[in-house]
Design a protein around this ligand. Structure first.
Ligand SMILES: NC(=O)c1ccc[n+]([C@@H]2O[C@H](COP(=O)([O-])OP(=O)(O)OC[C@H]3O[C@@H](n4cnc5c(N)ncnc54)[C@H](OP(=O)(O)O)[C@@H]3O)[C@@H](O)[C@H]2O)c1
Length: 373
């Protein structure tokens, strides 16, 4: 028992960065005992959260091999986003009490944040966060949904609204639409009044994406059984009266990016969101440089007058903190009013964190995947 009579728990520790996420998850990550944090060692503005659910995000996977641009110092505990119950509040922590159901802002605490609180990841029984990072869960959201809210929907907002200027009546082609950020983009695009064409590699997952609001879905696997992406221009032009889409939201990268340029109308916007299909862009083990960076053909960009827009949500926000307040307010307002409900397809006990991370890696998940300490 701790000074607070909280029982000891467990946490995942990544001992060192791996060559790639699979090697890191299988060989370098382990479950260890965790003593409950001792309030005597904490600041007056701190909050102890007894974690009930932590999201398993793509970034959590990439971080284990240091292939994500932001690197915590190993040994570290993964879990960018988590939700649970307040177990202790410092004397300066405002608006929170023991027992409150809360979720923690991944920009201000956890492994993606800057500063002392990045030591506390959500793959643990307990985490400590500064009180401004700890928010009450919006009405109607479960802990599983709450830890899949900010990262995904703020990314979708940054890409589609801040960068993409997506307007009502426009059409957006969303790749990786069954993913966490991709499904959030489907929801946000529909709230903005756009028509959504969603792509993916599985009819079963695309059926869920359609039920979640996509107007049209396209399976990108090839008819001849070869690997790679099918031809997309003709089906997309058929769905847009021959015109092409106004915006492409590309979280997949590689071959599909080039195919997408052919699907855009003249003067369309191409949003570079991520590259789930080419995760080895950067070196493993935290090595710097991008030896396998994706390339785009300048002839198509030039002749079609395409705007190519890089959309790194966290980095853009560090560069311009003013981007965040309106974005956060809109995402929270949509959640409070019930207009966004993160879809979570997979739930694992924390003890099965390797299975959870590998399920995410293999693309078995639709929307969110969570672990329960
Ligand atoms: N711009 C930003 O600020 C930002 C923020 C967060 C994440 N990201 C990036 O955005 C990308 C997507 O993130 P996410 O969290 O949505 O990931 P995710 O939940 O794992 O979804 C990625 C989706 O990509 C599709 N995909 C296509 N080819 C794939 C392949 N070869 N391997 C794995 N997936 C493949 C999968 O859908 P199907 O199986 O249906 O094809 C999968 O559902 C990642 O590169 C991530 O780093 C960017």
């Amino acid at each position: 028992m701790s000074a607070l009579d909280l029982p000891a728990g467990q946490r995942v520790v990544v001992a060192a960065f791996g060559d790639d996420p699979v090697q890191a998850i299988e060989q370098l990550a382990a479950l260890e005992p965790q003593a409950a944090p001792d309030p005597a060692t904490l600041a007056a503005g701190d909050v102890i959260v007894a974690v009930q659910s932590a999201s398993v995000g793509w970034v959590d996977l990439l971080m284990t091999s240091g292939q994500y641009q932001h690197m915590p110092e190993p040994p570290y505990t993964p879990g960018l986003e988590y939700a649970g119950v307040v177990a202790w509040v410092g004397s300066d922590a405002r608006g929170l009490g023991v027992g409150d159901e809360v979720f923690v802002d991944p920009f201000l605490a956890g492994p993606r944040s800057l500063g002392a609180y990045r030591a506390y990841g959500g793959f643990a029984s307990y985490a400590v966060a500064p009180w401004p990072a700890v928010r009450r869960i919006p009405r109607g959201l479960s802990v599983d949904q709450a830890c899949n809210l900010l990262g995904n929907y703020e990314t979708a907002y940054h890409c589609l609204v801040t960068r993409g200027r997506l307007a009502a009546g426009e059409t957006v082609l969303i790749h990786g639409a069954s993913g966490s950020t991709g499904l959030a983009a489907v929801h946000v695009a529909k709230l903005l009044g756009a028509t959504v064409i969603a792509t993916g590699r599985s009819d079963a997952k695309l059926a869920i994406v359609r039920a979640e609001g996509a107007d049209h879905v396209i399976n990108t696997t090839r008819d001849d059984g070869a690997s790679g992406v099918c031809e997309l221009r003709d089906p997309v032009k058929a769905l847009t009266g021959g015109r092409g889409v106004d915006v492409v939201y590309d979280g997949v990268g590689g071959e599909i990016s080039i195919e997408s340029l052919r699907c855009l109308r003249f003067g369309g916007r191409f949003l570079v969101v991520g590259w789930a299909s080419t995760p080895a862009v950067a070196k493993g083990r935290g090595g710097r440089g991008a030896p396998n960076a994706n390339q785009l053909p300048t002839n198509l960009i030039m002749m079609k007058g395409i705007d190519v827009l890089g959309c790194p949500t966290a980095i853009a926000t560090v560069n311009d903190p003013q981007l965040r307040p309106p974005r956060l307010a809109q995402v929270l307002a949509w959640a409070e009013s019930g207009q966004i409900r993160p879809h979570v397809s997979h739930v694992f006990p924390l003890a099965d964190f390797k299975r959870a991370m590998l399920a995410k890696w293999r693309g078995e998940v639709v929307g969110g995947c969570v672990v329960h300490p």
